[in-house]
Design a protein around this ligand. Sequence first.
Ligand code: FAD
Length: 497
Amino acid sequence: MHVLHRDAPSTGIGNDSGGQTPHAWEGMNYAPVTPEVTTALEAILGSRNVATDLEKREAYSYDEVAKQFWEEPHLAEVVVFPETTEQVSALLSFANERHIPVTPRGAGTGLSGGAVPACGGIVLSFERMNRILEVDTENLTITVEPGVVTAEITKAAAREGLLYAGDPCSGDASFIGGNVAENAGGNKVIKYGPTGASVLALEAVLADGSVTWFGGKRRKDVTGYDFAHLLVGSEGTLAVITKIILKLLPLPARVVDLLVPFPDTESAVTCASKIMTEGKILPASVELMDHRSISLTERFLNTRLPGSDAGAHLIIQLEGNSAELLADEYERVGDLCRKWGALEVFVADNRNSRDKLWKARKSIAEAVIAFYSKYSKEDVVVPTSAVPELLKALGDICARRGLETVTFGHVGDGNMHVNLLFGEDRQNWKETMEEARRELYTVTQQLGGTLSGEHGIGLKRKKYVSHFLDEAQIALMKRIKLAFDPKGILNPGKLVV
Ligand SMILES: Cc1cc2nc3c(=O)[nH]c(=O)nc-3n(C[C@H](O)[C@H](O)[C@H](O)COP(=O)(O)OP(=O)(O)OC[C@H]3O[C@@H](n4cnc5c(N)ncnc54)[C@H](O)[C@@H]3O)c2cc1C
């Protein structure tokens, strides 16, 4: 990495309950998983694909929401590992008939409790449906099963000189099925959009076991409702995804990352929005790391980043096919950053320095989990021009409540990952956390923002949805849920039902 030298109003969010009751949801009473049910599942899936031991059931009952967050334990009654769409179909048909809840599960890296079996029942893991079925270099598509790790798709595409643009920070672990079900975002949303923007088609198994394809290897399609994109972000509540066709793009020949330290977070976020509005340049990524994020990730990785004593950093990624044009572009971005208060501009233009930079950025969420057991990871998103105001309000909330925070994220698209952190010995931490969350959500709403940009609603944020969506919209969501899943067996307790 080298230094770039210059030659040149409130509704207020109240404390409503909206809690959860195991085995019953909005009047639903589910059937238990008896030994007879387990035997039937073994007949459908083969006994090696059915697990009932407590250790496995516990391991597949949580995601990356802190376990201490939940008021009560959640436990799968059985975990199943189908290997084919036909098995998933037979399984859902059986569960629907018996009225047993089914919670689809990817890699369990979710940050909303989406894969947590709120009503017990069957956890449906996709880890054995993990094949890349085809890379189509004529139509620029890749067809995969839902259990493929996201980074494997990136690598398979790159081997053909192609780009899969989905890039969540959890990509080395998360599954593509989980990415689609959450409409995962990540680091390249400003240029390429979230996961849904790459989805061309989905094979889905409906609640009654019927199998259908939504979409195809087509860049456009207005024949009927866009069900593929209704399933994107539906968190496993409408149907189960068993195959995915993703769009690929030509891989840019050259990529450069700038690491830009600023004296404080305010100047960094102000500058972030200027790159596009004033510079008229579209980067692939503009990411923020506040001072605490940097310290935490440096401690976690036992490393040092250039300029890491600064108040905040931006990472700005630029792509292109011509070395000259790209150099001209990053010089212009560098100038703009200095104009808006950057202390320095470091250029990472080789694989090693770029990997080091992104490893640090992508490890922040993990570092929080490693050093804290009591935390809440928030995922609010506001219009980009409102980010400075959001962070100022956050500073006030935390100062008033004596709270530690780490704030980082996709500042280029207004999506901030606010981490509310509590020491082991902090008393009444849940009350303080809830009050801080409510205040944060209120400010977010006042600024025209919303509850989650990419991590989803799941079990964790469900009780706040009604503060962001009006009654008409929630009623419509419930009717859609009813149309897809009349008996309410698919991931009950999430989103709105
Ligand atoms: C360190 C870290 C960094 C992260 N960084 C990002 C980031 O940059 N951007 C981002 O968007 N998220 C990020 N996340 C959150 C998380 O990784 C994403 O939400 C991811 O998409 C979850 O994928 P998963 O396979 O782990 O799904 P899970 O957590 O297992 O499940 C998520 C949801 O998908 C549903 N689901 C899973 N598979 C299917 C299927 N086949 N059919 C139907 N429903 C299904 C589940 O029921 C659940 O509701 C991060 C998480 C961690 C821990």
